[in-house]
Design a protein around this ligand. Structure first.
Ligand code: RB5
Length: 145
């Protein structure tokens, strides 16, 4: 399992925490930046991460900005990608179980680090439920045709 991670300036303070959490679980992580706290535009990093997930089979992504909203809107513009803005363990679990999201988005200005840990744990450990949910995911993807 490989994760790509990217943030903007309003999410960068959580990047190392998340990277360490994933690597401590034996998960490979590629940091797509930014690598300084200078102001950047979140669509540039959302696009980088979403394209990497699109191009690497069985990979996942984590995008962090101030709220997670801009990152999720931008990442979902990349064909084949399902990015979910999650606020707690429940929404992160549902993002995998029902929506088969490959990219987890959240906001550094919204979630504390304890919640981030439980959100990531839920995203990592929940499997897609399939069945009627799979059919709905397929309908989402058909909107791109
Ligand atoms: C940056 O100020 C902020 O707008 C951005 O991080 C994000 O929250 C956008 O959705």
């Amino acid at each position: 399992m490989k994760f790509f991670i990217a943030t903007d300036h309003a999410g960068i303070e959580y990047k190392d925490f998340v990277k360490n959490l994933l690597t401590s679980k034996g998960i490979e992580v590629e940091d797509l930046g930014p690598h300084s706290k200078e102001r950047v535009d979140y669509p540039d990093y959302a696009r980088k991460c979403a394209e990497a997930v699109r191009d690497n089979e069985d990979s996942f992504g984590i995008l962090i900005c101030g709220t997670g909203i801009g990152m999720s809107i931008a990442a979902n513009k990349v064909k084949g990608v399902r990015a979910a803005l999650c606020h707690d363990a429940y929404t992160a679990a549902m993002a995998r179980a029902h929506n088969e999201a490959q990219i987890l988005c959240f906001g550094q200005r919204v979630l504390g680090l304890g919640t981030v840990e439980s959100v990531i744990e839920a995203f990592l450990t929940t499997k897609p439920e399939g069945g009627r949910h799979k059919q709905r995911v397929e309908k989402i993807m058909k909107i791109e045709d």
